[in-house]
Design a protein around this ligand. Structure first.
Ligand code: PHE
Length: 438
């Protein structure tokens, strides 16, 4: 349940639709699905397995397992890369979650009632330009994330996932119905599932790969940290397939709710970028029966989904500070949240005061996203695959996964040994080349 809470978040509701829109739809969606199935799922099994075998924070788990495998310290880097990536992601994740928070009062006040695309865009532009407002909401979100320690991670997460995820699912169904009736559903559907391979570049394949890791919370220790708490008799394979399936379903539903609305409203573009969710769905809520209630609940749920993910972004670092540096949970959380908050100011400013400053065409926010999703997560994923399938003695993974059946084990091992390293390396090299040569 905690892994589902980590996986389902802004990545599904906010990021997937907008990057699908920016990368031309159909062919991108197909590549993304292939990445999930062929690279994400096997790496996720490996990550959970490592965590359960190590039963400590990712950094110490990797140190213990490299010792057990009798290999050099190089592989400890997997744990470290993860902690750093987690903080970098959290820094901008909290700013975007702040946008969702800011929309809650707007929704309750019925600000979007009867609104058209123009009006919603104006509201969003005002939000983005308001530096202090953004900092205010980012800070509230950070406090919420840190506050979870007061109630204990498991209880808070349990309620959030068991009760609120089904509710989020229901609202998405309601939005789908609206998109079906009032939007241009046929065009939205075609945009997502018509494979126009001409739109596909090396760069967009890299975006798809990076996002498959981002959305499954892979390559940064979150899933490893949660694997450490997993009961020995639970099936890793079944759990991973369920989490991956639910995560993909939520992302596709979000896309199918958003694109029909986009196509039905002149002035909206699928390639609008990070604001896509925030300018398309308010139109739906503003023009449906019960929209004030639905819209309020929706943005509360988006915030909660982001919150259960944010907790997992910070957990690897927190666990390490507690085990190695003698921190208690509260101060460890506070310290890391503070670091992420300060870094997050760069993202806030990149939407207003610093929007003109770019390096290689990247604003601060783009740069953070590029560095984490497109470079760090796939690199760590690659290292995990190589470590488990080539470096670690095979008996260890066999022992940990002995409940999964030998056919499933062999298939997984083969994927992890050949398909994952080659696939990830190929996309990384080609994608980076394509990004910087254009
Ligand atoms: N998977 C989360 C999402 O889709 C984001 C995340 C990435 C969480 C990496 C933890 C680790 O929103």
């Amino acid at each position: 349940m905690a892994a589902t809470g980590s996986a389902v978040g802004l990545g599904n509701l906010w990021k997937f639709p907008y990057i699908a829109g920016e990368n031309g739809g159909g062919a991108f969606v197909l590549v993304y699905l292939l990445c999930i199935l062929m690279l994400g799922i096997p790496v996720m099994v490996a990550e959970v397995m490592l965590g359960r075998r190590g039963r400590q924070s990712p950094i110490r788990t990797m140190a213990a397992l490299t010792r057990e495998a009798g290999v050099g310290k190089f592989w400890n880097g997997i744990g470290w890369l993860g902690v750093v990536a987690g903080l970098l992601i959290l820094s901008y994740y909290s700013v975007i979650a702040g946008w969702a928070l800011a929309y809650i009062p707007d929704m309750t006040q019925g600000l979007f009632q009867g609104a058209n695309a123009e009006q919603v865009k104006m509201r969003f532009d005002a939000l983005r330009a308001d530096r202090n407002g953004l900092i205010y909401y980012q800070s509230i979100f950070m406090l919420l994330t840190t506050g979870v320690v007061v109630f204990g991670v498991s209880r808070g997460l349990g309620v959030a996932v068991r009760l609120l995820m089904p509710l989020l699912f229901l609202i998405l169904v309601a939005l789908l119905v609206f998109a079906w009736q009032q939007g241009d559903f046929a065009r939205g559907f075609e945009f997502m599932f018509h494979f126009n391979f001409e739109a596909l570049t090396g760069e967009s394949v890299l975006v798809a790969l990076g996002h498959s890791f981002f959305t499954l919370s892979l390559g940064m220790g979150s899933i490893m940290a949660y694997g450490a708490y997993m009961p020995q008799q639970a099936s890793i394979g079944k759990t991973v397939l369920m989490v991956g399936g639910l995560d993909t379903l939520v992302a596709l539903m979000a896309g199918l709710a958003i694109f029909p609305i986009v196509f039905a409203h002149p002035g909206l573009e699928p390639s609008a970028g990070p604001e896509l969710l925030f300018i398309s769905l308010p139109i739906a809520f503003g023009n449906m029966v019960g929209g004030v209630l639905f819209g309020t609940v929706f943005f509360i749920l988006v915030t909660i989904a982001a919150w259960t993910s944010a907790i997992s972004l910070i957990e690897p670092g927190v666990a390490w500070l507690i085990e190695n540096k003698g921190f208690n949970r509260f101060t460890a959380n506070l310290l890391l949240a503070l670091i992420a908050w300060v870094l997050g100011l760069g993202t806030v400013l990149s939407f207003n005061d610093w929007s003109e400053y770019t390096v290689f065409g990247f604003t601060f926010f783009d740069g953070m996203d590029f560095l984490t999703s497109r470079i760090m997560l796939p690199t760590t994923g690659l290292l995990i695959a190589v470590f488990v399938a080539w470096v670690m003695p095979r008996v260890l993974s066999k022992d940990e996964l002995n409940g999964e059946g030998s056919v499933a084990y062999c298939l997984w091992f083969w994927m992890l040994r050949w398909v994952c390293p080659l696939g990830i390396a190929l996309v990384l090299v080609y994608g980076l080349y394509d990004t910087f040569s254009s």
